[in-house]
Design a protein around this ligand. Structure first.
Ligand code: FES
Length: 198
């Protein structure tokens, strides 16, 4: 008889413990979901995105997402920058007159700081994502005079290392430069500049 009582009591305590654990799980899970939802919602709605570029080395590119689109950040070398000035004759819009960028990026290097380039990685023809090809000359597979840039695999549009489109390709304008600003030397805020949120 005592054994029967002990067994029932043990089963009861086990159920109480399991119920308490389950309730505790709900209470701990809700704050986690609440803490994650606003940022995910904000990102989807197009909130500015802070990007740490401290590990980005010269000649490298990183990709972030802003408003559901890829945003590229490239740290250009002096050689890459020097090439930009030589390309005017082969570009469709070398001075970015017909292209979309903030005023501070309407220059040859299309950026605030010459070495750091920020671009929306979406082809201005039909929206494919171009691929980077930073190799120079024959090593690029794009001709002896290729100075490094981006190539769209969909219909062969080409862009230089400032996102400027070449002549005689389907893409009508340069790659878009989004609004951005430096929060400090190593963090860029994409989607907001001194004029406010885009
Ligand atoms: S979508 Fe890039 S060339 Fe057509």
């Amino acid at each position: 008889m005592d054994d029967l009582v002990d067994t029932k009591r043990r089963r009861f305590l086990t159920q109480v413990t399991a119920t308490a654990w389950a309730v505790g799980g709900v209470f701990t899970a809700v704050p986690l979901i609440r803490s994650m939802t606003p940022s995910a919602r904000a990102k989807a709605a197009g909130a500015p995105v802070a990007v740490d570029i401290s590990a980005l080395e010269t000649g490298q590119m990183l990709t972030e997402e802003w408003r559901g689109k890829p945003v590229w950040i490239i740290r250009r070398s002096q050689q890459m920058l020097d090439e930009l000035a030589k390309l005017e004759d082969v570009l469709a819009d070398p001075d970015s007159e017909r292209s979309e960028q903030p005023g501070y990026a309407k220059n040859t290097h299309r950026s605030r700081e010459p070495e750091i380039l920020v671009l929306v990685g979406v082809c201005t023809h039909l929206g494919c994502s171009p691929v980077q090809n930073f190799a120079i000359g024959p090593a690029s597979g794009l001709g002896d005079d290729w100075p490094g840039g981006f190539f769209c695999p969909c219909h062969a549009s080409k862009f230089d290392l400032a996102g400027r489109v070449y002549k005689n390709v389907p893409a009508p304008t340069n790659l878009v430069v989004p609004p951005y600003k430096f929060l400090n030397e190593t963090v860029i805020l994409v989607g907001e500049d001194d004029g406010g949120v885009a």
